[in-house]
Design a protein around this ligand. Structure first.
Ligand code: SAM
Ligand code: SF4
Length: 470
């Protein structure tokens, strides 16, 4: 049978696009595999938001070139943001790539898969053993096709972004906002629920700026409509922009028990002159006001953020202001980046800060952030949390990795549990014995088919209705 392997880099939009590619491939008769060595088609869904993402993508292309050399029937496809940006140069840089599809070409990629399907007929058995010898060195992005992939569904609510932050490549490679009709979003969520999704993530670059083209329904309306779907277990969304966080949305978030108690609200930095140069459209004071609103309506939720250091023009005082803001707000998690100049964006043309200054600032920022992250995880020690399985731990396959509803990683030994049991009942109840910066570890006490815990807004308390293991 023809099979497809999809490797995904970058943000939640790419996750959603990979899911779309997997669906189109399945409809054309491909099996989706987590094993590149067995695949007739290998797709790399790329990111270009920072320079290292771009380098990794080219590194993976070179890696798969070796597989292709062993079996020229294999098709190597590159899509996503780097494909959009480097469309004209990719042929020169990686001539062995069979096809390149930009961010607006996903439907064409689906058509190409259907067309190629015929040429793979009858090749089943002998995707050579040599291929198996080449693949294991890779590593690694998220891969569609693993045993638990169906448990989480990413549903696009909008494409592109029109905010043009001066550091960001996204509007240049994904275009301006394009909101999907509400009915289409609901249909896709229904399909995901039918296929067994326990957690639906609504994704967009600025998801809370959503506005239904025909009716003007806003993001709060959309959340209510999705939360009301029959069979929905958990619901979450990424990414929000502070400017579009309204009192109505705050109240809706606080009122919907199906929502995971976590909110990602990137601040980027804690200094007004830098926020202005970034074109972020809010001040530090306005961000604080949004946080006050959030804490009032969603107490006990995890608040997470994105931060950039060493943006052009960032002085020591600007950076100290970011440190102070992070300590004040005590984020439960933060994604921290050294500014990376992107071709075609305004900030790439401004005077740059020396890389060693960026590295040093990142280290200092991480120390402040990590202290607060660890404290968030410590709150779970000694409690029982219900967490959704992700898959075997990458470091130790005798352990399973899962995420709590406030997005904390929990690792626990599988013990007598079979993976097949987990596929049917992917929620695990774990007694947390230890807390670290990366998450928590503990012991599995039970499995559950659904979250069942809509009465419990905070999962840092013992869960109920455990299904005992024999
Ligand atoms: N739309 C989201 C928002 O407005 O916050 C974020 C989208 S972006 C794909 C994810 C994160 O990457 C950003 O929040 C930012 O912190 C970081 N990022 C984007 N461009 C960057 C650059 N040129 N250098 C470093 N970090 C960057
Ligand atoms: Fe990029 Fe800014 Fe749009 Fe986010 S809001 S995708 S950071 S331009």
């Amino acid at each position: 049978m023809a099979s497809i392997y999809i490797e995904t880099f970058g943000c939640q939009m790419n996750e959603a696009d990979s899911q779309y590619i997997a669906d189109r491939a399945s409809a054309s008769g491909y099996a989706v595999t987590a094993d590149a060595a067995q695949a007739s088609v290998v797709v790399i869904n790329t990111c270009t938001v920072r320079d290292n993402a771009e380098k990794r993508a080219y590194g993976r292309m070179a890696h798969f070139k070796a597989l292709k050399a062993l079996d020229p029937r294999m098709k190597l496809v590159v899509c996503g943001c780097l494909a959009e940006q480097d469309r004209d140069r990719m042929q020169g840089k990686a001539p062995y790539v069979d096809a390149v599809f930009g961010t607006r070409d996903l439907a064409r990629l689906g058509d190409a898969l259907a067309e190629w399907r015929e040429s793979f007929a009858g090749e089943d058995e002998d995707l050579s053993e040599q291929r198996l010898l080449v693949e294991p060195m890779g590593g690694h992005a998220d891969c569609v096709g693993d045993a638990y992939a169906h448990v989480r569904a990413f549903v696009n609510v909008q494409r592109g972004c029109s905010y043009y932050c001066t550091y960001c490549i996204v509007p240049h490679v994904r275009g301006r906002f394009d909101n999907r009709p509400l009915g289409d979003i609901l249909s896709e969520c229904r399909r995901a629920i039918e296929r067994g999704a326990r957690e639906i993530t609504l994704v967009g670059q600025t998801v809370n700026a959503y506005s239904e083209p025909a009716t003007g329904a806003d993001f709060a309306d959309l959340l209510e409509a999705v939360a009301a779907l029959d069979g929905i277990d958990r619901l979450t969304f990424l990414t929000s922009h502070p400017k579009d966080y309204t009192a109505k949305l705050a109240a809706t978030m606080g009122a919907l028990p199906q929502l995971n108690p976590r909110f990602h609200l990137p601040v980027q930095c804690g200094s007004d002159p830098i926020l202005r140069r970034m074109n972020r459209k809010y001040t530090v004071a306005q961000y604080r006001e949004k946080i006050a609103l959030f804490r009032e309506t969603c107490p006990d939720w995890a608040l997470t953020t994105d931060l950039i250091v060493a943006f052009p023009g960032e002085t020591d005082a600007d950076f100290e202001a970011t440190l102070a803001l992070c300590d004040e707000i005590a984020f439960a998690q933060a994604f921290m980046f050294v500014y990376s100049p992107r071709r075609g964006t305004p900030a790439a043309h401004w005077e740059q800060i020396a890389p060693e200054v960026g590295t040093e600032r990142l280290k200092r920022l991480a120390a402040v952030v990590d202290r607060n992250v660890r404290a968030w995880h410590e709150r779970k020690r000694g409690t029982v949390v219900r967490a959704l399985v992700q898959g075997p731990s990458r470091k130790d396959r005798s352990k399973i990795a899962a995420k709590t509803i406030d997005n904390v990683t929990v690792i626990a030994p599988l013990g007598p549990i079979e993976e097949a049991q987990l596929q049917a009942r992917p929620w695990i109840d774990v007694r947390v014995d230890d807390a670290f910066t990366w998450g928590c570890s503990g012991e599995i006490l039970g499995l559950a088919e659904r979250y069942d815990g809509v009465r419990e807004r905070v999962d840092a308390r013992p869960t109920i209705d455990l299904i005992a293991l024999r």
